[in-house]
Design a protein around this ligand. Structure first.
Ligand code: NAP
Length: 311
């Protein structure tokens, strides 16, 4: 039997690494496109995996890289841009999907899995959600030569995530209290292993053609609850102080200028809409089953047990 090659854009990232491992287990050959091959040479240990350096924003290069693939997976996404006007979001989300669809058309690639985000909508409150929404709509308007499935996750957790791990890092720097913007925003964190499984299942499932699949974990939390849980896992007694709306916005204005943008105005706008699913969940793994495995500080286990007995 001929083994199909799946081309994965953004395959070096947090979700991408997990998805590529899942696809590899299912017998696919994988071609990961990256802007810097040297950074993720570790991925080459996955059998049947090729890592190709490619500027995915360069249409001819992208077209050449995907030319012999049976399907394309687009995982490219950014949470923050260098400037403040939305051009970075537009380039990474909207302009890129135009080039991907053109490349798929050129080479008659019949299948595209596209990673969007919960609340993505052209009418969304942030550049992130608006550009994700436009990109998702454009992908689904590609016509019947390309079967598109898009995935709309809430925040994703798992080893090496950029969410709980980031709070764990920031909490360590906090002086006994942690001022938290948008503390009441609700989310339904979803396990990266579940996301990878749902995407890999969809690849060969004609019933998902044209679908937009919301991905949420089994339980909702406020952002404050998640940060308190992270503090407990790290054995920290840091008090998490939810900021009112005006101070949340002010914090976003200041942190926008801190290197690495730990929080931005655009993130603030995104958090004005809860990231929870209205419908049935596809992702059953509870946060509490996985997060201790990568966040728990064993030397402070007693403090964590005390927190657990109170919640
Ligand atoms: N993580 C979450 O909680 C979450 C929630 C909802 C939706 N999503 C979406 O899921 C997708 C994957 O997320 P992730 O957490 O795995 O992200 P990630 O770890 O940051 O990985 C994204 C990958 O995309 C590539 N990339 C980033 N910016 C790019 C740019 N400007 N141009 C071209 N390539 C770029 C990078 O690959 P190279 O550096 O190798 O080129 C990177 O490895 C994204 O679309 C994200 O918006 C994530």
């Amino acid at each position: 039997m001929k083994v199909s090659t799946i081309c994965v854009l953004g395959g070096t990232g947090f979700v991408g690494s997990r998805l590529c491992a899942e696809l590899m287990k299912r017998g696919y050959r994988i071609r990961i496109l990256t802007r810097r091959r040297e950074r993720r040479r570790d991925l080459l240990v996955l059998p049947g995996t090729q890592i190709v350096e490619c500027d995915v924003h360069d249409a001819p290069q992208l077209s050449a890289c995907v030319s012999d693939c049976a399907a394309v997976v687009n995982l490219v996404g950014i949470l923050n841009e260098k400037g403040h006007k939305g051009e970075g979001f537009r380039r990474a989300h909207v302009e890129l999907i135009h080039k991907i669809i053109a490349a798929c058309r050129n080479h008659k690639i019949p299948r595209l899995l596209h990673m969007s985000a919960l609340n993505a909508s052209p009418g969304g409150k942030s550049f992130y959600s608006r550009t994700k929404g436009e990109a998702e709509n454009f992908a689904h308007a590609a016509g019947n030569q390309i079967a598109v499935t898009s995935f709309r996750p809430s925040v994703i957790f798992g080893p090496h995530d950029n969410f709980l791990n980031r709070f764990a890092f920031l909490l360590k720097l906090a002086p006994g209290f942690f001022p938290l913007a948008c503390a009441d925003a609700e989310m339904a964190p979803v396990y990266v292993g579940d996301v990878a499984r749902v995407m890999a299942d969809a690849l060969d499932d004609p019933q998902t053609h044209g679908s937009r699949i919301d991905l949420c974990g089994p339980k909702r939390y406020t952002l404050k609850q998640l940060v308190e849980y992270t503090a407990a896992l790290r054995g920290l007694k840091t008090k998490v102080l939810g900021l009112p709306k005006s101070l949340s916005k002010l914090q976003a204005y200041f942190l926008e200028f801190v290197p690495g943008k730990p929080f931005s105005i655009d993130n603030y706008h995104s958090l004005q809409t809860d990231s929870v699913c209205p419908g049935p969940e596809h992702c059953p793994t509870p946060l509490e089953m996985v997060a201790p495995g990568y966040l728990l500080d064993q030397s402070r286990y007693v403090q964590y047990e005390r927190f657990r007995s109170r919640h």
